[in-house]
Ligand binder design. Structure first.
Ligand code: UD1
Length: 387
């Protein structure tokens, strides 16, 4: 099999769900800034499709419309992942990128990486190497598998390299570039600071708690009722601002749950700038999100994570994150914990606003194998599976 190896000429970035956008956008911007000899294609799988979950981010971050929209929508894990695979394969075959870039750990990430890898297209994974060591989390499965089939593993956290090496990944594939999500935060900092989202809602700075909860382990079952009751309790003493994820809203509705305390401010999901503005002025954050643990560490805001584990231990060791456990009753301790919490603190190396530049350095220096030539060579050897 004759396969040519060469420099990257066409990068395809694949995004699908809300947390993907801010990790990928600075890379696209840096790539376009640095060279016009590398073509770029943005594919949106449509895993998230409501404007508040998707469109608003693309507009605020200034990316414009994706080049390709796959519109897969919501479904079971198997169906959603399969739909992305089925719809993205012809796109990759037709456009023949020689590198596919995927961020994070959502179903779209794994689906796109798997298709690219089987077509012989190189895969770059942004935010590689994070591990919660909890295989009941769909994201953990997505991370482990995506890392195994990625050629370039871009890490932003000190323990990520150890995690990857322990899984047999060769060190040459691992590149410590830093945190591209923090690039976005820094690029948007003046807009975030100018948004005054708290004041606009009549909230005093440092007086309120911001809440985001959406993980299946917490919101899909009976723990949600305990969380709602505990949030209602603390809202008697401090305002609680809760932009609710559609999954959580649907589960509250189906379980017949609602908030009663006047201190509870239930909101629609917010755009990036407005949300980060609220976080920046908050007394603290209660969350089960991954990205929030990092953003609060960067901003120096106390963060309480309602999970038993975290794939981002650096946010606890040097940042402002405290693991409460998957224990909704502990929400009642949060007002008191805020008083004693670390505010400020350190920021891990490479969380400095120029991670995307380092990532693009690696991309431009990399030799990637084959791309379309390899895909066709694999086809010649294996035959078309449908034949
Ligand atoms: C997904 C990711 C999760 C990430 C989260 C951020 C996986 C396995 N999970 O979880 O890692 O933290 O995105 O939001 O990929 N829905 C809407 N409108 C939308 C999108 C979703 O109403 O635009 C509702 C639907 O009822 C859907 C549910 O939310 O069934 C869940 O959406 P889905 O994309 O399956 O997973 P998330 O919980 O959002």
């Amino acid at each position: 099999m004759m396969v040519t190896v060469g420099r990257v000429r066409h990068v395809m970035s694949v995004v699908g769900a809300r947390p993907n956008f801010m990790k990928t956008v600075p890379v696209i911007a840096a790539l376009k800034r640095r060279t016009d000899s590398v073509r770029h294609t943005l594919v949106h799988t449509g895993q998230h499709y409501d404007d508040v979950m998707s469109q608003i981010f693309l507009e605020e971050l200034g990316v414009g419309a994706p080049d390709v929209m796959l519109s897969v929508g919501s479904a079971s894990h198997a169906v959603q992942t399969a739909r992305v695979m089925e719809r993205i394969e012809p796109v990759m075959k037709e456009l023949a990128p020689d590198l596919v870039l995927v961020p994070g750990d959502v179903n779209s990430t794994l689906a796109a990486a798997l298709v690219a890898s089987k077509l012989g297209i190189a895969v770059g994974h942004i935010e590689a190497g994070l591990r919660s060591f909890d295989r009941t989390m769909p994201e953990e499965v997505n991370r482990v598998l995506t890392d195994q089939i990625s050629d370039l593993l871009f890490i932003h956290s000190p323990e990520a390299r150890d995690n990857l090496l322990a899984e047999g990944v060769s060190p040459q594939r691992v590149h410590a570039v830093g945190n591209t999500m923090i690039d976005t935060l820094l690029a948007m900092r003046s807009r975030i600071s100018g948004a005054h989202a708290a004041a606009q809602r009549g909230l005093e700075p440092r007086s309120y708690l911001v809440v985001t909860l959406h993980r299946p382990a917490l919101v899909d079952g009976s723990l949600l009722a305990d969380a709602v009751a505990a949030l209602d309790d603390i809202a008697e003493d401090m305002p609680v601002v809760f932009p609710i994820h559609p999954r959580t809203e649907a589960s509250m509705l189906s379980q017949g749950l609602s908030f009663t305390s006047p201190g509870m401010r239930l909101l629609e999901p917010l755009g990036y700038v407005e949300f980060l503005s609220l976080v920046q002025d908050a007394a603290g954050v209660l969350t089960d999100s991954g990205g929030m643990q990092e953003e609060t560490t960067y901003l120096g805001i106390p963060c309480f994570t309602l999970r038993d584990n975290t794939e981002r231990p650096v946010t606890c060791s040097i940042g402002t994150n405290v693991l409460l456990g998957l224990a909704p009753e502990r929400i009642r301790e949060v007002p008191e914990l805020i008083g004693r919490a670390r505010r400020g603190g350190d920021v891990p190396p490479g969380w400095d606003g120029v991670a995307a530049e380092r990532l693009v350095d690696v991309l431009l220096e990399s030799e990637v194998g084959g791309g379309p030539e390899l895909a066709s060579a694999i086809g010649d050897v294996l035959g078309d599976v449908s034949a």
